[in-house]
Design a binder for this molecule. Structure first.
Ligand code: PEP
Ligand code: MN
Length: 272
């Protein structure tokens, strides 16, 4: 292993625990962070928050600054979106996770949100990583679809070296020749990363799949492989979603995912 993976190389048998608000990642319980890809309106995020809270989620996700592949796609509501997310999280009793794309957003949001997400496209945005290293809030770092495991851990090392080791790693698919799925969900990433580091590792089957029909099966595979949590895109009416509707699961599908994932979690000695 690359010898520059210093601070985050595995030092003990146990997984480190990282807290998002009152939600503990890295313990016996497999956590579910669920919500829309993008915050679209107050009503949209409230209704999703209430539903996922009632049905097993332990944190709420939602993007306000979306790094889209095309500049013509919907790129999020910005600060207005974060206001809606904060309110929905408070009302539902769920801690919140949102993605930041620029260093100046870190200071602005530090006292307002529970966890900062760094998206796959920003995994090596080193200025952003170092800014997140200066705070104490947890950082959910997603693996670029082009990165090796070592490059991923070196990106996390930027945050740790700047002073913050509250990091949650997230596998969200890697680019392969296959074009019937958006990316290939890399099950190996979970046990291999866990052998390299004691940080918690979660899985985002939604972005890997790019299609809602396989999100549940990939979730089960991730838990069986040792994932400490799931990051799931949920929308009340996925066909109307402004971003990532193809992979967003609806309320019924979310219930099914939770029920079946719980069985797998219990089979591997965990709860959900
Ligand atoms: C997201 O979580 O909505 C997102 C943009 O994911 P990724 O960075 O993995 O593409
Ligand atoms: Mn998305």
């Amino acid at each position: 292993m690359n010898s520059d993976i210093k601070r985050l190389s595995r030092k003990s048998k146990a997984t480190r625990k990282v807290n998002i608000g009152s939600t503990v990642i890295g313990g016996d319980k497999v956590v579910v962070i669920a919500g829309p890809c993008t915050i679209e309106s107050e009503k949209q995020v409230n209704s999703i928050a209430d539903f996922v809270k009632e049905n097993g989620a332990t944190a709420l996700r939602g993007g306000a600054w979306k790094p889209r592949t095309s500049p013509y796609s919907f790129r999020g509501l910005g600060e207005e979106g974060v206001d809606y997310l904060i309110k929905a999280g408070l009302d539902a009793g769920l801690p919140i996770v949102t993605e930041v794309t620029r260093p100046e957003l870190v200071n602005k949001l530090e006292g307002r949100i529970d966890c900062f997400q760094v998206g796959a496209k920003n995994m090596q945005n080193f200025d952003l990583l170092e800014e997140l290293g200066k705070i104490d809030k947890p950082v959910l770092l997603k693996k670029s679809q082009y990165a090796t495991y070592e490059e991923f851990l070196l990106a996390a090392e930027y945050i740790a070296n700047a002073g913050n080791e509250n990091i949650i790693l997230c596998e969200r698919g890697t680019r392969t020749a296959e074009n019937l799925i958006r990316s290939t969900f890399d099950v190996s990433a979970i046990p291999v990363l866990k052998s390299m580091t004691d940080l918690p590792v979660i899985a985002d089957p939604s972005h890997a799949a790019g299609r809602s029909d396989i999100v549940k099966d990939l979730s089960k595979a991730a838990i069986a492989a040792g994932a400490d949590g799931l990051l799931i895109e949920v929308h009340e009416t996925p066909e109307e979603a402004l971003c990532d509707g193809e992979q967003s699961i609806d309320f019924n599908e979310f219930k099914g995912l939770i029920d079946e994932s719980r069985i797998i979690a219990e089979a591997v000695g965990r709860s959900l």
